[in-house]
Design a protein around this ligand. Sequence first.
Ligand code: ZN
Length: 419
Amino acid sequence: MESCKLLLCGQLYDGIHDELFSDQQILVEGSIISAVGKNLSRPKECQVIDLSHLTVTPGMIDAHIHSDLFDWRDYSAILLKSETWNNLGHLHTAQRTLERGFTTIRAHALAQGQGYGLADVKRAIAAGYFPGSRMVITFHMLGTAGGHADASQALMLNPRLAEAATQPFIGAGADFFRQVVQKDIKYGADFIKLFISGGFSTPGDTPDNTYLSDEELQAILSTAQGMGRPTTAHVYTPEHMQKLIRFGITGMEHGSLMDEETAALFEQTNTYLVPTFCPYDEIIHLDEAAMAQKEPHFQAKLRKYAQQLRQGREIIANSKIRLGYGTDFVAVHQCYESWYEYRSWMRSGIDPFRILRAATSSNAEILGLQDKLGTIQPGKLADLAGWQRDLLQDEEALSECSFVMKEGTIYPSLMEQAR
Ligand SMILES: [Zn+2]
């Protein structure tokens, strides 16, 4: 007989309703949720797990993690590390996020180089050789020389060294990018990520610079679409976002300089946005101590765009855009501390149920896993998390995960390990 577990929940958020339900039980058989409700009949030899002190939610999903970082302070030196080291970083992150109740992560590699080792990390976890969050992966940051995707910018004072460190997915021309997309998908990419513009954390570009041409953008989008993979984009300005929507992209990351017109376009087309709020909090609610931890060029850009970032945050918060939950930490916080984003959304005045939906059912949809994950319903995989703090009032509630189940198996949570 398959293993059977009956979970007694204090409260339950199901990923669907804006409501916490009391006295609910979840019956898990093997890796699957087989029933949810009050007073379920318990099959013989079914293990009872008392979570009556916790709020149980679907396993959380972080849709934007740079999982190759062991420690955010290593960010500027990432090109100096071997690919093996960076791949071990992915594994380390997936272990830490699982303990924290995030049973699935969308991993955006920062420095994958020539190789495709991230796919092996994903496979090794899926095969059960290591505990870790389920991974949905992209290998490469598709962009041009000098753009945000080009990490060798960090070495730009020594062009010879920078050229040697330039990664093979940095290039130009529609054909070049078509081939990168084809190979990435061949070796296991679940989605493709393009970098249309500059960014905040790189030294030599700005969020409103344009790096990929229309021809290159269309080559990336149509090649990925033809091979059945979604594309997401690193993007900030209304002009860039509107162009990508016109070109048929299904979703984007950041969008931090949002305006009303573009927000309306997102709503009309049901395009998703993973707004990655937290990395901009230090400037939005000015925190000089946290700002001081970022590199000088990073700080200067945040200060320059401060007003637009504040406006964009407000427009996104007040919109009806389909939002996904993602953290994008490469500075100040460790990449696996996904709970900070919850606090950031709460401080931006967003309803906690909208945040919970973003981190569960909306993210499952964004990742194309809505048939298996994101809600607590019969037939779904038993990915669950339990929280002792008040999810509706306490902005740090997700910092203390007390129960983790992935595909019916219970893993030690952060709080259990701390005991
Ligand atoms: Zn990112």
